[in-house]
Design a binder for this molecule. Sequence first.
Ligand code: GTP
Ligand code: MG
Length: 198
Amino acid sequence: MIIKSAEFIKSATAPDQYPETALPEIAFAGRSNVGKSSLINCLVNRKNLVKTSSTPGKTRLINFFRINDEAMFVDLPGYGYAKVSKQEKKKWGPMVETYLADRPSLMGVMLLMDIRRQPREDEFLMAQWLSHYEIPGTIILTKADKLKKQARQKQLSVIARDFDLPANSFILFSSKTGMGREDVMGVIEHLIMQENDD
Ligand code: GTP
Ligand code: MG
């Protein structure tokens, strides 16, 4: 897929605010500060389509972007950030789970995780939701540029073991260097095409 246009459509917190569209949708999930907005910008080759921030927890709404009249990309609010208020934290779970449960056009979720971390409750919860709602998920290990090759491979095997998945099911990614961009696009194209086959 060659991305010719990428346009912000709207922000939403609840289903009645989701845009009405039949376009196949791909969502991006992960902890605050993991690089969700940067990954979307990297995929669409735009620096600032999606606001990025060094202050974690900026994206607190579900943001919808239309790609080429072919697909929608959805930037989900980041979870697990300690400094947001308790009230906001309480809202996060239902907001994201409702989206996953109530969006028939959702074709797949890219679950992002910082390659330097180990998966915790947040990641396992998201993986559980995906499996429960039968939504295809791909785990993307972000900020891969922060580790040297050997350390990267080591972290990959630790994370793969924790998820009990084969190492080759993960994508190593860096929005700084573009590493993994083609792999992510390949997965997304595949998911979007499945919808057209139905
Ligand atoms: P929230 O919207 O708060 O949930 O964060 P986010 O997941 O959208 O993260 P965002 O894309 O805003 O990136 C957070 C910070 O990490 C920014 O300072 C980015 O410049 C930095 N960052 C993102 N991706 C990478 C990467 O691949 N490599 C490096 N070195 N830094 C990155
Ligand atoms: Mg963001």
